[in-house]
Structure formats: structure tokens, C-alpha cells
Design a binder for this molecule. Structure first.
Ligand SMILES: C[S@@+](CC[C@H](N)C(=O)[O-])C[C@H]1O[C@@H](n2cnc3c(N)ncnc32)[C@H](O)[C@@H]1O
Length: 222
């Protein structure tokens, strides 16, 4: 199936609201589990960045799981960031350690020059130029820092898109089902991401499938 791009920013309020209120428990919990499996011995304190953070669920989960860490989330959509307080309320004790900032990656100002962990979930498939993500990773990662990126994988055929939407979003509002289908069609394949990493000269990052619809890209910066 050919890739069908979707708009980069999730700028509409109904879209942002549906996204912020949706149940991403399984996928987001899985991302934190994968992070822990890949990087079991994290220092007690540090600064992480979440690229394309949306309303901040991954940033908050990370801060809740690692109470000595601070997390900066970066997103270019004010509508998505506007739901940050709603999401933060779900994770007691994280509000003082999670900061969400508005900015257009890869070159926007962020609170720190370098980070001890770089995270990103579901940003890559929004990007017409995937190098936006890889430039941001290269720019912001500290030497020795773990990186974990998770995203959808584009299915082989359009029928597979319908099947995944039925399986994982059957009870969700129509706006979210439509977004999920569009995101699957816009996603990159594992072989495409492998080529992107070669082009970005990031040989220390490796890509692998982790579920029937997700890939992870992980590694430790040299
Ligand atoms: C599908 S959402 C994922 C949100 C969040 N990471 C999560 O997992 O819940 C993708 C986000 O990337 C943001 N985005 C897309 N292109 C961006 C860019 N160039 N700079 C910053 N944010 C961007 C969109 O506004 C949107 O909020």
C-alpha cells in the first residue's frame, strides 16, 4: 500500500479533544514497558524530552514511572497542548516535573540543550519529511542517553487498515477511528525507517516490530 500523508499538526480542537480523552492505555503502557526492558538501569535523576508530545500522556507516564526525572514535552499544536492539564490530572505527583512547550520541530527552542533520555510516540507518521524527527533526536540527545521512538507501521493492504481499526478502535468516536485509519495509511514501514536512519547517519539506532501495528526505534547515543 502506498503511503498517504496526513496533516502534520493535530490542530483542530475536536481532533485534539478526542485524542486527549481516548484510551491509549495498552499502547502507551507497552511503550513504557519496552523502555524499561531496553534500558533497565536508568540513573535516579535526569531530564527526558518527549518529541511531538501531544497532550503529554507519555511524558506523564515516564515521570510517574521515574520519580527522580523531569520531562519536557514539545509539540507544535496549541490545541493538543491545551489538554495537557487534563492528562496531568490522571498522574498524581507529576505536574511539577512535566513541562509541555509549544514548538515546531526540529529547530524550535526547548528548555534544555541536551537530554538524558529522548522519547517520541506517534510523531513520525505525521511527518512528510521524516528527517525532522531524526534531526531533532541528533540535536537533543546527550552522549550515553537512551532513545526510544514508537510509531505505527503501515499495513500491506487497505483491508488490513480496516481490520486494525475494528480490532483496536471499535468503541471509539468516529473522529478517532478516522484518525487511526489515516495514521495507519500515513505510517512508514520498517524498511523505510531503516533507510531513514542510514540517511540520518544514526547507525546506533535500530528498528524492530513490537506489536502487530507498532515499531520501535531504540539505541544509546555514542
Ligand atoms: C499522534 S500525536 C501523538 C501525541 C503523543 N506523542 C502521544 O503519543 O499521545 C502527534 C503529535 O505530533 C505533533 N507534531 C507533528 N509535527 C510536529 C512538528 N514538526 N513539531 C512538533 N510537533 C509536531 C502533532 O501536533 C501531534 O500532537
Amino acid at each position: 500500500m502506498e503511503r498517504i500523508p496526513e496533516p502534520e499538526l493535530m490542530a483542530e480542537d475536536d481532533q485534539a479533544q478526542a485524542y486527549a480523552l481516548a484510551d491509549f492505555e495498552e499502547a502507551h503502557r507497552r511503550m513504557l514497558e519496552v523502555f524499561h526492558d531496553c534500558f533497565p538501569s536508568l540513573p535516579d535523576t535526569g531530564h527526558a524530552v518527549d518529541l511531538g508530545c501531544g497532550p503529554g500522556d507519555i511524558a506523564c507516564r515516564f515521570a510517574a514511572r521515574y520519580p527522580g526525572w523531569r520531562v519536557d514535552g514539545v509539540d507544535a499544536s496549541p490545541a493538543m497542548l491545551g489538554y495537557g492539564p487534563v492528562v496531568m490530572d490522571r498522574y498524581p505527583g507529576v505536574a511539577t516535573r512535566v513541562t509541555l512547550v509549544e514548538g515546531l520541530l526540529p529547530h524550535c527552542p526547548v528548555p534544555r540543550e541536551r537530554y538524558d533520555v529522548v522519547l517520541s510516540n506517534s510523531l513520525l507518521h505525521h511527518l512528510a519529511d521524516p528527517q525532522v524527527l531524526w534531526i531533532a533526536v541528533r540535536r537533543l540527545v546527550s552522549s550515553g542517553a537512551p532513545v526510544l521512538i514508537m510509531d505505527l507501521v503501515r499495513p500491506a493492504a487497505d483491508d488490513d487498515v480496516d481490520g486494525l481499526v475494528e480490532e483496536y478502535a471499535s468503541g471509539e468516536p468516529e473522529v478517532l477511528r478516522r484518525d487511526f485509519a489515516n495514521s495507519l495509511r500515513a505510517a512508514y514501514r520498517v524498511d523505510e525507517v531503516a533507510s531513514q536512519l542510514v540517511e540520518a547517519r544514526l547507525p546506533w539506532l535500530a528498528v524492530a516490530m513490537v506489536t502487530d501495528r507498532h515499531m520501535i526505534v531504540s539505541g544509546v547515543a555514542p
